[in-house]
Design a protein around this ligand. Structure first.
Ligand code: KET
Length: 408
């Protein structure tokens, strides 16, 4: 028994800070005027401000002017689910035409992954999930907490080339248990910014078929990698066109800038419509005791943007604008690193895609950058490119050059 003075929870130990959101907390605490937040993947304008997209602003006004605060069905807004599936698989996908998808609204990308993982723990016989090394840290937690206990890593990033370890990846996949759940980043791999080429995706698909894997796509950056929604859905559509059964977790946090609204969708692609219907009935049984039914507001905004041709066109244009600014920062940072004489080769900064750069900085170098230059970034050397602007690219490059010299 615990002492009366200590209380019932005195044994509770301090938990570690979150590897990503903990950085944001540390940044907030810093009072240095030069501080630079490159931790969390959230878009910022050239002025360093969060961006509310114009398409989203207009959709939001339409939603507010027609208030509705009723509960949603357990699976969310039906139009939202249909539109989300179409956005990922494409209008003329056989998945959509033949109703092979069970799509439900869930709490952004994270919540969609979690619902999907719980569904698999209940209804899929193989409890092994294969994660790329490295991957977004939450993947390692979500699956075991949902009941998919056997988490294994496959080689993905090759430090020597700062590119994809394609051979290592295929070798690890071929050795993995048949039927494993294969987690894939649909595009803009986080944290590395390294995506397979089209040919490499074909090779991965072949191994997935050979090994009877169940692909689980995490799509948190559709439109953010290339600025083109279609192009960023290439891998998902390639697998779907091969008739693969699969899962897909979609997030609207980044591509619509709806970070705090927690809007996302989980899709299970089944062999036919009758099975998909039964799958949906089981997804309801996962969701109902977890959060009952999803929030209405953000999803209503997404429906407006995707449904209204004018807002949809505007959104696509704004999305391209965000992707272009990020790419501009890549070029600029690359130039500034050369200008600052930062030791090493930096072409990976312009070659990687998506929201992040995997700089290759070591943990001591990152710690030095944070302590001396007040640059806040994750300890694996990842920086959020959207956190940079013209002025801070130079500052960061000088900091990186100093950090490498100080901690070789
Ligand atoms: N998948 C990936 C690959 C991902 O990077 C994120 C978020 C998510 C899913 C979940 O996003 P949600 O907000 O649940 O839709 N990544 C950024 C934020 C975070 O860590 O929560 C990040 O890596 O900075």
């Amino acid at each position: 028994m615990t002492s009366a003075a200590g209380g019932l929870f005195s044994h509770v130990e301090q938990g570690p800070p979150d590897p990503i959101l903990g950085i944001a907390e540390a940044y907030k605490k810093s009072t240095n005027p030069k501080k630079l937040n490159l931790g969390v993947g959230a878009y910022r304008t050239e002025e360093g401000k969060p961006l509310v997209l114009e398409a989203v602003r207009r959709a939001e006004q339409a939603v507010v002017s027609n208030p509705d605060h009723e509960y949603l069905p357990i699976t969310g807004i039906p139009e939202f689910n249909a539109l989300s599936a179409r956005l990922a698989f494409g209008e003329d996908s056989s998945v959509i035409r033949e109703n092979c998808n069970a799509t439900v609204q869930a709490l952004s990308g994270t919540g969609s992954l979690r619902v999907g993982a719980e569904f698999l723990a209940r209804h899929y016989p193989v409890r092994t999930v294969l994660l790329p090394s490295p991957t977004w840290p939450s993947h390692n937690k979500i699956f075991p907490l949902a009941g998919v206990a056997d988490v294994r890593a496959y080689r993905y990033f090759k430090p020597s080339s700062r590119g994809l370890d394609y051979e290592g990846m295929l070798e690890d996949l071929r050795k993995a248990p048949e039927g494993s759940i294969l987690l894939l980043h649909a595009c803009a791999h986080n944290p590395t910014g390294v995506d397979p080429s089209l040919d490499q995706w074909r090779g991965i698909l072949e191994v997935a078929k050979e090994k009877k894997f169940l692909p689980f796509f995490d799509s948190a950056y559709q439109g953010f990698a290339s600025g083109d929604l279609e192009r960023d859905a290439t891998a998902i559509r390639m697998f779907a066109d091969e008739g693969m059964e699969m899962l897909l977790a979609q997030s609207y946090a980044k591509n619509m800038g709806l970070y705090g609204e927690r809007v996302g969708a989980l899709t299970v692609v089944a062999r036919d419509a009758a099975i998909a219907e039964r799958v949906e009935s089981q997804l309801k049984l996962v969701i109902r005791p977890m959060f009952s039914n999803p929030p209405r507001f953000g999803a209503a905004i997404v429906v407006k943007v995707l449904q209204d041709p004018e807002l949809y066109a505007l959104w696509r244009k704004e999305l391209k604008g965000m992707a272009d600014r990020i790419n501009g920062m890549r070029t600029l940072l690359f130039q500034e690193l050369q200008r600052a004489g930062a030791p090493g080769k930096w072409s990976h900064i312009v070659e990687q895609i998506g929201m992040f750069s995997f700089t290759g900085l070591s943990k001591p170098q990152v710690e030095y950058l944070t302590a001396k230059w007040h640059v806040y970034m994750t300890l694996d050397g990842r920086i959020s490119m959207a956190g940079l602007n013209q002025a801070s690219c130079r500052y960061l490059a000088e900091g990186i050059a100093d950090a490498i010299r100080a901690c070789p």
